[in-house]
Design a binder for this molecule. Sequence first.
Ligand SMILES: C[C@](O)(CO)[C@H](O)COP(=O)(O)O
Length: 190
Amino acid sequence: MSAAEREIAEIASGASGMSITAVAGGRDRVESVRLALRHSQASDLVLVHDAARCLTPPEVFRRVVAALDAGAEAVVPVLPMTDTVRRVSADGTLRGDLDRKSLRRIQTPQGFTSAILERAHASHRDELDRLGARAREATDDAGLVERLGVDVVAVDGHEEALKITYPLDLVVGEHIARLRDDADASEARP
Ligand SMILES: C[C@](O)(CO)[C@H](O)COP(=O)(O)O
């Protein structure tokens, strides 16, 4: 068993003293986060993480928490764009460049003060009640916070925090996991 597997087994067994409550998810990510918030114990800070970004290195969590500790109300890990990005019209023709220097790929964990995240979800709920299907799409929590006019602080993300979405991501993810296991094994060797 690797060190990471041992740690997970310890947390799952309750031996670590950490309490975990599993909550059934909602119809979409916003509803799932809202349900989790309803069950979370009182805490000043909340981190929202995609299970699909299961290889996120601990240092990314540390950077997010450090920015919150330094006073930010909302924090996201980001990466630069490596591709050229263009708009495309409904008929499939290109409609001009976006300046990739000013664009970032957004990752998780996204960190918030509980108060701001609660406010952002309440405001989105209002919008859904008022506009129904015309409400703006919400693909992450930081986007909801940004709509409140609150600054969202960017910290460095990590390429290994990839979101396992397509079959190729799984191949890359398995490769990263194998490399980490090998590194653990060689560290454990006398
Ligand atoms: C939050 C996110 O991971 C940022 O990149 C992304 O928006 C999640 O998208 P999903 O479609 O809910 O996986």
